[in-house]
Write a protein that binds this ligand. Structure first.
Ligand code: 26V
Length: 803
């Protein structure tokens, strides 16, 4: 938008007076932040309503991204950037003596997601608005986001994340758009006067779903889409007979949107979670149908105007819920309703870890959602009947939805969707050939790949302004909306000045991060060291342990020979463990204890440090990623569906140290073997081990003296404070078979780490690798990913054409 500094300053002063009756000298950061937030809302409101009007007038097909999680991060700077007024506002505020960077920190970081899946949803809605795709987010307005992590004596402690405490400046409560969601009760079918079967309900518990809408502002265009998050409330009542039972009921209802579940690694059949899933699914679909009806089209044509995306299985109840509404409310017959439903729905799988696959006890669904239970059983019955005529019975048994007293949510999502995708090429191949092979035999044409992506606006333009400026000076700014233009940077691969500038920027970012660590952790880190970064949820398959064992090997190397020729390193970790994931929490404690051991040892001063940041999340990622030299992507091959921090780190010039897992494979294809450090078992080798059962981790302990010594350190008192954890982790690796092949991959990991040690010393060579990575990262923009979803799955328009 066009906005002069003068106009902005006027508007800001006016808004401050209107909202707080203050002038600038009286105001504090909080008032200034809310004033600026309100101003941005007013700046984007015209485009927001115009976008919606246009979608209606042109009867545009719209997509709805249903996701339990949207891990947005702070929105102030992002909204300023997308409106094109970041510099104007920064300068204007400066004239008032207000520092924008400081104001930014006033905004709470809403942690409405666990990790990659939630962050992907956030990158997607940014990219959808930027690519002018008519698509909106639908989710839950959790009162509490993912827990706040603290370390007490090296142990993770969880605290509530009350992000709404001071209100959320970006949202609008839309009471007129509230809908009712029914739980429990009895349901029976009766013929009406016209002879049509209609469901009747008694004794239901009704919940009012109230939407809160936020604007999703496109970058440098006039599109403003909507993120709709639902909050659970007790429906208004005129007569309250028993006050205390009313309060009790209200609390029970409000608990539905109270808190995000923090376990992204283990399925838990908790009733409240099932309530959450049905709650936002039912509310979202009811609201979509309401909107659709305004177009006065027949429900048979729904799929021409509406696409619904099921982000992992959490919203898989979309399938029976749309069926319910079409059958019961719209009186469609089964076959037509089914045809519409399958054409509307599409589903993304985000994990092959079997322990995370959702399945709900059918009895639980029957009592909580009696009508949905009937519909699921009917879908299952028809599926098995039809498939039994075409496939062997064993295959049909393996693919049915209701099995062993459970409803398998992935099966429901696959059967009820026209498209099923994985999130990286390797992941999709594994789905087709292994995990979902039975379904691939039944529905080969449903399967497709959509490699994940990241929003280059947040992860480069906002997080790394010095790098953004350099890129702009070298190749202009086409890449901001056509990210493969970053390729043009390759022209500077041998330009010493550019490479030196790149080195300087990295140095600057490292110094900024070091300053932050000094302030927050009171820890000095050597900015000449390699900043080696592993940031992601703590999970055994991601192998933070492999990283730690290698750190211990460096520790011994220096202790044995203080003159050892080792490039100084700072190992940076950020990771939350699910509160009930004991092993992951033990690993956190062990890393923190090793950190204490190393960081307090004067002999290691400036050579080795471990920084384990507390409460890793989007805001911390924005600080760490620009400062990273090495990106650790070391999951056991076949286990990480895609990874997205790998993309963010490469875009910021870090060199990837990786197994050939998830999207690392595509990153390697992009930058070439010389510009990425690959090690470890390949996916087919892992599967070979599974088949022949020939991995015996104890042999590695017994036959490899380096490993032997490191592993002994876990149990011989070398690491004070983590004796219990050390024993338990030792046992998991040596006694209990080392499920994720940590010991098997250790040597090859240590070998590439040594190569990195040497490569880093040649600054020009290192920066050339960094440059190739930045140049090659464009293809991993979520702009391309969502454009492919739009054209290949949702069949909705987008401005920019896919690659
Ligand atoms: C799973 C569950 C299981 C049931 C209870 C609650 C809960 C909450 C979240 C999840 C999500 C697990 C799947 C996930 O986050 N996958 C990650 O998706 C990223 C985006 O596609 C991908 O880059 C990561 O590789 C993948 O681990």
């Amino acid at each position: 938008m066009d906005l002069s500094k003068r106009k902005f300053k006027e508007d800001f002063k006016k808004m401050l007076t209107e909202v707080y009756s203050m002038d600038i000298s009286e105001s504090e950061s909080t008032e200034q932040f809310f004033t600026l937030g309100n101003l941005l809302r007013s700046y984007s409101s015209k485009n927001w309503s115009r976008t919606n009007q246009q979608y209606i007038e042109k009867q545009k097909k719209q997509a709805y991204y249903f996701s339990m999680e949207f891990l947005l991060g702070r929105m102030l700077k992002s909204n300023l950037l997308n409106l094109g007024i970041l510099d104007t506002v920064r300068n204007g505020l400066q004239d008032f003596g207000i520092d924008l960077e400081q104001l930014i920190t006033i905004e709470p970081d809403p942690g409405l997601g666990n990790g990659g899946l939630g962050r992907l949803a956030a990158c997607f809605i940014d990219s959808m608005a930027t690519s002018e795709i008519p698509a909106h987010g639908n989710g839950i307005r959790f009162k509490y986001g993912l827990f706040k992590q603290k370390f007490v004596n090296g142990y993770q402690v969880e605290l509530p994340e009350n992000w709404l405490q001071n209100g959320n400046v970006w949202e609008t409560r839309k009471m007129h758009a509230a809908v009712t969601v029914r739980f429990y009760g009895k349901v029976w079918l009766e013929q009406n006067a016209a002879g049509v079967l209609e469901p009747h309900y008694s004794d239901t518990q009704d919940v009012l779903a109230v939407p809160y809408d936020s604007a999703v502002i496109g970058y440098d265009n006039s599109t403003v889409n909507t993120l709709r998050l639902w909050s659970a409330e007790i429906p208004p009542k005129d007569d309250i007979t028993d006050y205390w039972s009313y309060i009790h009921q209200r609390n029970q209802i409000e608990s539905i949107s109270e808190v995000l579940y923090p376990d992204d690694s283990n399925y838990e059949g908790r009733l409240l979670r099932l309530k959450q899933e049905y709650f936002f699914v039912s509310a979202g679909i009811q609201s979509i149908l309401r909107h659709y009806k305004k177009m006065h089209l027949h429900m048979n044509h729904l799929a021409e105007k509406v696409a619904i995306h099921i982000n992992d299985t959490h919203p898989a109840l979309c399938v029976p819920e749309l069926m319910r509404l079409l059958l019961d409310e719209e009186h469609m017959d089964w076959d037509h309703a089914w045809n519409v439903t399958v054409n509307v729905m599409s589903y993304t799988n985000h994990t092959i870890m079997s322990e995370a696959l959702e399945k709900w006890p059918i009895d639980m669904i029957r009592s909580l959602l009696p009508r949905i239970d009937q519909i699921i059983c009917e879908i299952d019955r028809r599926f098995t009947m039809k498939m039994s005529t075409l496939f062997e019975s064993a295959l049909v048994e393996r693919t049915r939805i209701v099995e062993g007293g459970n409803v398998k949510m992935a099966h429901l999502a696959i059967i009820g969707s026209h498209s099923v995708n994985g999130v990286a090429q390797l992941h999709t191949t594994i789905l087709k050939e292994k995990v979902l092979h039975d379904f691939f035999l039944i529905y080969p044409s449903k399967f497709n790949n959509k490699t994940n992506g990241i929003a280059q606006r947040r992860w480069l333009m906002l997080a790394n302004e010095p790098l953004r400026d350099l890129i702009q000076r070298k190749i202009g700014n086409e890449w901001e909306t056509t990210p493969t233009e970053l390729n043009m940077l390759k022209a500077f691969r041998d330009d010493k000045d550019t490479l030196h500038e790149l080195a300087q920027i990295k140095q600057l970012n490292k110094e900024r991060f070091a300053e932050y660590i000094k302030q927050t952790m009171n820890l000095e880190i050597n900015t000449d060291a390699i900043f080696d970064v592993q940031i992601k949820r703590l999970h055994a398959y991601k192998r933070q342990l492999l990283n730690l064992l290698h750190i211990l090997s460096l520790y011994f190397k220096i202790k044995d020979d203080p003159q050892a020729d080792i490039q100084p390193r700072v190992f940076i970790f950020g990771a939350k463990a699910a509160p009930s994931y004991t092993y992951a929490k033990q690993i956190i404690k062990l890393i923190n204890s090793v950190a204490d051991l190393i960081n307090q040892d004067r002999e290691l001063e400036n050579k080795l440090k471990i920084v384990f940041v507390e409460n890793y999340g989007v805001s911390l990622a924005e600080k760490i990623i620009p400062a990273a030299d090495v990106s650790e992507q070391i999951s056991l091959a076949s286990k990480e569906a895609s990874g997205t921090s790998n993309m963010k780190l490469m875009l910021n010039g870090a060199i990837t140290l990786a197994t050939l897992d998830g999207a690392n494979v595509e990153i390697r294809d992009r930058v070439g073997d010389q510009n990425i450090m690959i090690f470890g078992l390949r996916e087919n080798e892992v599967y070979q081990y599974y088949r022949d059962g020939s991995y015996h981790s104890r042999n590695y302990y017994e036959r490899n003296p380096v490993l032997h010594r490191i592993l002994d350190a876990l149990i011989d008192g070398t690491i004070p404070g983590a004796e219990a954890e050390g024993h338990s982790i030792f046992d998991s690796l040596v006694q209990y078979g080392d499920e994720y092949f940590v010991l098997r991959d250790f040597d090859s990991y240590a070998a590439v780490q040594e190569r990195i040690d040497h490569l880093y010393r040649d600054t020009l060579k290192w920066q050339r690798m960094a440059l190739i990575n930045i140049a090659g990262a464009g293809i991993f923009s979520s702009d391309y990913t969502v454009q492919q979803y739009a054209s290949q799955i949702w069949d909705v328009s987008s401005k920019v054409h896919p690659l």
